[in-house]
Design a protein around this ligand. Structure first.
Ligand code: CAP
Ligand code: MG
Length: 413
């Protein structure tokens, strides 16, 4: 039986002809052997030589290990390996992030990054609104967006949820959203909640303040368009999807369905199962890139190691930079920093993000303010204003009591 080698170390491949991925590998095997078993499993091979693999098939479809740098392996997958139709994410992921995670020969493996060739990118719409579209809707051309997550995350009635949203808007917030665990429970039916929130947003608008609220419509694939259409008809101005529980196909379906005309907010609940282990799983970077390709307008990317969730500052910064990368040909997507955020962290988050194009959100950091939601929202808005103006928070707090109280309570953690 003919033997094939997947090693092409040092080869320069045409980035338009290959989907190139980097993997961090932990193994007792020599790295070259591990890389070959990875390339074989994900493309033309399996655990043993096979009589059915012919050289011409191997040459056309076999993965190419083009680099090994310490424990990081670069693997180039020929474009011909991928389904070229719209909606190909499941098949793409089966190749670049499939069986490889369970191979015996590799103790741990993490997909660190993925570079999608033009021929695949063009099958995806990218954001319809993106940063510029969101800013236009909100009439907020420069300052970071500042939002909240309605808390408690479950248990509030539609009326109380709508009141929370209204109070947040009066406190100056530009965005609010449902929590990832709220969709259509009996205590807060989707229809009643959406209608009530739309009334709050309309009232705010009539009072001169623009605000968006993302209604979480995450549900089963066969229902998601119908539910989104209904939410829109009930007054939803933005829709939220829990991408990893609903699937990338959910974003694609919504982004590509012409009846859906509102921006998509992408939450990444469950990502920790994939992203948290620095040696195993899938980094947020390829997930963020896919969310953008599929059509997310705002994507959760982490708080740069500052908030309550585990996060690697440089990894989060890479996620943010990928949202702005213009070389991929899509509109830029709004990076959302959320999780344990309070006003005292806002300046550091903006600095670490390296951009004013960021949406900073606080649930507890608004609802936990001793003065209530409106004052909590004021504290967050003031922190964003201070950071935007380049004024130290403690200085700004001298003339902004809501911020002062927040800083006294939560400090600058
Ligand atoms: C934040 C949050 C977010 C997570 C998501 C929550 O609320 O709504 O879902 O932070 O994190 O329920 O915890 P708080 P990420 O502001 O009250 O912490 O964006 O990193 O996936
Ligand atoms: Mg949440």
């Amino acid at each position: 039986m003919e033997e094939f080698s997947y090693l092409h170390l040092g080869e320069k491949v045409d980035p338009d002809k290959y989907l190139i991925c980097t993997y961090r590998i932990t193994t007792d095997l020599p790295m070259k052997k591990a890389a070959e078993s990875l390339a074989a499993e994900q493309t033309t091979g399996t655990w043993t030589g096979i009589s059915t693999l012919e050289r011409k098939t191997f040459e056309k479809y076999g993965g190419r290990v083009i680099g090994i740098d310490g424990n990081v392996v670069t693997l180039a997958y020929p474009v011909a390996d991928f389904s070229m139709d719209v909606g190909a994410v499941p098949q793409i992921l089966s190749i670049i992030a499939g069986n490889l995670f369970g191979l015996h020969s590799i103790d741990k493996i993490r997909l660190e990054d993925a570079f999608f060739p033009k021929s695949i990118r063009k099958e995806f719409p990218g954001p319809r609104f993106g940063i510029a579209g969101l800013r236009k809707i909100l009439k907020r051309p420069e300052k970071p967006l500042v939002g909240t997550i309605v808390k408690p995350k479950i248990g509030l009635s539609p009326k109380d949820t709508a009141k929370y949203v209204y109070e947040s808007g009066k406190g100056g917030l530009t965005n609010s959203k449902d929590d990832e665990t709220l969709v259509n429970q009996k205590f807060c039916p989707l229809e009643d909640r959406t209608v009530a929130i739309a009334e709050s947003l309309d009232k705010l608008k009539s009072e001169g303040h623009r605000m968006l609220h993302a209604i979480n419509i995450s549900t089963s694939g066969h229902k998601i368009i119908e539910v989104a259409e209904k939410a829109q008809a009930w007054g939803a101005k933005q829709i939220m999807v829990d991408v990893l529980t609903a699937g990338f196909a959910a974003i694609q379906a919504l982004a590509e369905d012409r009846s859906i005309k509102v921006p998509l907010h992408i939450h990444r609940t469950m990502h920790g199962a994939m992203t948290r282990d620095p040696l195993h799983g899938i980094a947020m970077l390829p997930i963020a890139k896919l969310c953008r390709m599929c059509g997310g307008d705002a994507v959760h990317v982490g708080t740069l190691g500052i908030g309550k969730m585990e996060g690697d500052p440089s990894g989060d910064r890479d996620n943010i930079d990928s949202c702005f990368d213009r070389s991929v040909g899509y509109k830029t997507v709004m990076p959302v920093c959320s999780g344990g955020v309070s006003p005292g962290m806002v300046d550091r988050i903006i600095e670490a993000a390296g951009s004013m194009d960021v949406q900073i959100q606080a649930g507890g950091g608004v609802a936990g303010h001793p003065g209530g939601v409106r004052k909590g929202a004021m504290g967050m808005s003031q922190a964003v204003d201070a950071a935007f103006l380049g004024i130290p928070l403690d200085e700004y707090a001298k003339t902004h009591p809501e911020l002062k109280i927040a800083l006294e309570l939560w400090g600058y953690r």
